[in-house]
Design a binder for this molecule. Structure first.
Ligand code: NIG
Ligand code: FE
Length: 403
């Protein structure tokens, strides 16, 4: 049973679901690794004798947590929206800009025009910044292409980026993100194009692990979203939804009805929707960066999510329009200051619950059999990961058992 390596002299936060303290703290801990999996975890004095003689890494008292997971990003895009940020500061709303043909459309234009290599180059720095904070799994959505070739270009770029950077990737097809200009006034026709042409081609090419949509007054209706979900299910793909961000369109309840992995944003979600999510096991993905950057004041229903025991995940929503952010640690802080999550809830939101939001059962907590993905931190207690902002105390990243 001897492993390939042991990591000793560490303080560990396992983030196990049943941890009474919320963190699953192990003092003077040790982790043994076999291949890309955790073979043993516990206190150093209990480390089985079999592990004597295997390669030993001394953590020097550093903290170990599961590798961080960013479960909702639009990381692959071209250009930026700094001018739109200025417009909003002068009084225009996000919806005004979208209705005037800016917003998502301007990123679609830039992304369609960029070659795959250019898209890769522009996106690589963002991924590197996230990885520097101990990220080991990321989700990346399409949605700035809105035609088959451009959506495929984004998903292919995501795959290339992940290979280059050594990170686990889940891709999501978000064809129903906005109405492309060539379908202006013909939203139902575009949804037919998504369901009958784009989604089948992308699913057949194995380019997507899930399907997402934007259900909102400025995007797609519940009926249109349901058509996309049905098409996804025909191809055996799980669904997720940008739901109830700017208005209560019953999006989260619809997502739950389709057994969605997650419903994301949720600022305006109702108690009925929260109840439906609880019953369906749909994770709530909260995006404090978008809430902050849009200067939103309508808080997501945190108390109801807690009351109905809906798992809460936290993500960057990295995108050029509503959350140009490449720090998941900053999102931990904002989840606490803006949404009043506890530091332990916030940390579970970027580890255990972020894994659930991606349908991944083999990561997000440190336990025997889980992927050996973890981060090393120069901190005094894991609450500091949410407490400090603008700092990066990550001093090591172990990905699939390798540093
Ligand atoms: O998650 N809500 C829709 N999609 C993105 C924003 C996209 C954009 O403005 O470019 C979001 O907030
Ligand atoms: Fe998003």
């Amino acid at each position: 049973m001897s492993g390939d390596a042991v990591w000793i002299n560490a303080r560990i936060a396992t983030l196990a679901a049943d941890a009474a303290d919320g963190y699953g703290l192990i003092d003077d801990g040790a982790i043994a690794i076999s291949g890309d999996r955790i073979a043993w975890i516990g206190t150093r004095r209990d480390l089985p004798a079999d592990y004597r003689g295997v390669v030993e890494h001394d953590c020097g008292g550093a903290w170990i947590t599961p590798g961080l997971i960013d479960c909702h990003t639009h990381l692959v895009y071209a250009g930026d929206r700094a001018a739109e940020f200025e417009q909003r500061l002068l009084g225009a709303s996000y919806e005004d800009i979208a209705r005037a043909g800016g917003g998502i459309q301007s990123t679609v234009k830039a992304t369609r025009a960029a070659s795959e290599d250019e898209l890769l180059r522009q996106s690589a720095g963002r991924l590197a910044a996230l990885i520097a904070e101990g990220l080991t799994t990321i989700e990346i959505k399409s949605g700035y292409g809105l035609d088959l070739a451009s959506e495929m270009k984004i998903l292919n770029t995501a795959r290339r980026l992940a290979r280059q950077h050594g990170i686990e990737l889940r891709t999501t097809f978000l064809g129903a993100h906005a109405l492309p200009p060539e379908f202006a006034g013909r939203a139902d026709d575009y949804i037919a194009e998504v369901c009958e042409h784009m989604l089948p081609a992308i699913a057949t090419a194995g380019l997507a692990d899930a399907v997402d949509a934007f259900c909102e007054t400025i995007a797609f209706t519940r009926e249109q979203t349901a058509r996309v979900f049905e098409a996804a299910q025909r191809f055996g793909l799980p669904v997720k939804l940008h739901a109830d961000q700017l208005s209560d369109s019953g999006g989260a309840a619809l997502a739950a009805q389709y057994g969605a992995l997650s419903a994301d944003h949720l600022e305006c979600a109702s108690e009925d929707s929260v109840r439906a999510m609880a019953q369906a096991g749909t994770v709530a993905v909260l995006l404090p960066g978008a809430y902050y950057f849009l200067r939103d004041t309508h808080l997501p229903p945190i108390a109801l999510l807690r009351e109905h025991r809906v798992p809460i995940a936290i993500s960057t929503d990295c995108n050029p329009g509503t959350s140009p952010c490449t720090s998941l640690l900053l999102m931990l802080n904002m989840a606490c200051t803006l949404f009043r999550l506890t530091p332990a809830e916030a940390l579970a939101g970027v580890t255990r619950n972020a894994a659930l939001a991606l349908g991944l059962r083999d990561r997000g907590q440190l336990a025997v059999g889980m992927r050996a993905d973890f981060a090393l931190w120069d901190i005094g207690h894991p609450a500091e990961l949410a407490y400090a902002f603008g700092a990066n105390p990550c001093v090591g990243r172990i990905f699939g058992g390798k540093r």
